[in-house]
Ligand binder design. Structure first.
Ligand SMILES: C[S@@+](CC[C@H](N)C(=O)[O-])C[C@H]1O[C@@H](n2cnc3c(N)ncnc32)[C@H](O)[C@@H]1O
Ligand code: SF4
Length: 455
């Protein structure tokens, strides 16, 4: 990477994992607005329904964790939490049109596999008995392999899950011990064989930047991952934010790798995965070339929602249940409270526990489509977007901060190639896709939010 490009473009810009970014959500958005947005969502695109359940509990908290995770609750709280999830479903489902189809159900956390499979199956059934699904919907769950026996994996398969995401983080038991994480109960090869025999798709999560990890040890972990051939894998860069998660301070004492060592770990992982024929998606996702995300990327049809990357086929508007869950509807975002007791008590009182959200203007809905297309596919074809959104190219460009002179500057710096029909990120420019997206974002004209740098 040329130093001049880094000096010029390595400036704070949104990460655009949503548009507008989550730091624009505000407390002025309330549960009545959420209900209105749900009703409107019946007539909006995409038509499909995507449901998210947040299960915040873990048997043991990993020192590095930056997720909304809490230690195991009492029996009573757990029982009330599950009952609240069912009641929240009962409050939301009557607002949804029965003609819509389910494209995704996703469980995240915390560790959703903290719940007995039977409880998860009952939540699934509660939703599935009310709607049809699209052909091959995605029913997915994040799994902590440290606590899962062969019976547990088989019960999840029996409960209808067809995509399991396994939190490996690192295969080296010494690394896992120092971060207070339990190693996989079954050898990963055995887990893969159980899942493959039932045609379940496999995702794996890895994390680099932890104590005791070295360039060589993380490469070994990624090589072992390649030998297991998961359909998708993610290499998360460890985000060290002890002011937000004080438990992470313990890792400072254990000694964290330098940022130089960290970037070498990633470079090696990237090279190993590309050589093994994995396709990088975004900055840290990799997929096999027989995965539908690969085909979607080739066709410019890759999408992203808070459940992760998806295709136009599987993308639905997201209705979230549980603490911190974010619903992602055509016209609004709505986030539930992060306080478990407040969540339970509000639901028990018949109130949807929205703590913040955002109502999108029509212009912002168009800009969201443009920015998401660019961020996922590294290109924009204005005519395709016009066909998809059923409005003219000029109307789309006017909704955004599209300025040819700004794009000419990116092109002169070798970041993009563009003409009036396309924007295409160059290979060298992909690192700065956020900067190009920000140039199309009218909210950036007068923003008071703080953002991170691309590198
Ligand atoms: C909710 S957890 C996955 C499910 C399950 N609890 C587990 O640990 O296997 C989601 C993922 O976030 C990633 N993660 C957690 N803390 C992180 C941090 N501080 N920085 C970057 N990634 C992190 C981990 O890779 C983890 O697999
Ligand atoms: S990484 Fe997973 S198991 Fe560990 S604390 Fe976070 S959510 Fe829980």
């Amino acid at each position: 990477m040329k130093q001049e490009l880094l000096d010029k473009y390595n400036t704070p810009v949104p990460r655009y994992t949503s548009y507008p970014p989550a730091n624009y959500f505000h407390e002025g958005f309330n549960s009545e607005q959420y209900k209105e947005a749900i009703c409107e969502s019946n007539n909006q695109y995409p038509q499909s329904l995507s449901f998210y359940f947040h299960i915040p509990f873990c048997l043991r908290l990993c020192h590095y964790c930056g997720c909304n995770s809490y230690a195991a609750p009492t029996e009573e709280i757990l029982h009330r939490y599950i009952a609240a999830l069912h009641k929240e479903i009962d409050m939301v489902l009557p607002l949804l049109s029965k003609t819509r189809k389910i494209s995704q159900i996703h469980y995240g956390g915390g560790s959703p596999t903290f719940l007995p499979a039977i409880e998860i199956e009952e939540l699934n059934n509660h939703i599935l008995e009310h709607f049809e699904t699209i052909h091959h919907p995605e029913i997915a769950i994040e799994c902590h392999p440290g606590w899962m026996s062969e019976k547990d994996w088989n019960e999840l398969i029996g409960a209808g899950f067809n995509r399991l995401s396994i939190g490996i983080q690192d295969f080296n038991p010494l690394v896992l011990t120092i971060v207070h994480r339990k190693s996989s109960l079954l050898p990963p090869e055995e887990i893969v064989s159980i899942l493959r025999s039932s045609k379940v798709r496999i995702n794996m999560d890895f994390l680099y930047g932890l104590p005791l990890q070295t360039e060589a040890s993380f490469s070994e972990t990624i090589e072992r991952a390649v030998s297991l051939q998961p359909d998708r894998l993610v290499t998360f860069s460890y985000a060290h934010v002890p002011w937000a998660f004080p438990r992470q301070k313990i890792l400072e004492k254990a000694g964290l790798p330098s940022s130089d060592e960290k970037s070498k770990m990633f470079e090696n992982a990237y090279r190993i995965l590309c050589q093994a024929n994995y396709q990088p998606i975004g900055l840290d996702h990799f997929v096999r070339k027989d995965d539908e995300l690969y085909t979607a990327l080739q066709n410019g049809q890759l999408h992203r929602n808070f459940q992760g990357y998806c295709t136009r086929r599987t993308t639905g508007q997201v209705y979230a249940f549980g603490v911190t869950g974010i619903s992602q509807l055509s016209t609004a975002y709505a986030q539930n409270t992060k306080d478990i007791i407040e969540y339970i008590e509000k639901i028990e009182a018949g109130i949807l526990p929205i703590s913040k959200g955002y109502q999108l203007s029509t212009e912002e809905q168009i800009t969201r489509e443009v920015i998401e297309t660019l961020m996922c596919n590294y290109r924009i074809n204005w005519n395709e977007l016009s066909e998809h959104l059923k409005i003219s190219v000029d109307e789309i460009k006017q909704a955004t901060a599209y300025t040819p002179t700004r794009l000419e500057e990116f092109a002169a710096d070798g970041i993009i190639e563009f003409d009036e029909n396309h924007i295409q990120m160059t290979t060298e420019g992909k690192l700065f896709v956020r900067n190009v997206a920000a140039s199309l974002d009218k909210l950036m004209f007068k923003t008071d939010k703080s953002f991170s740098k691309p590198v």
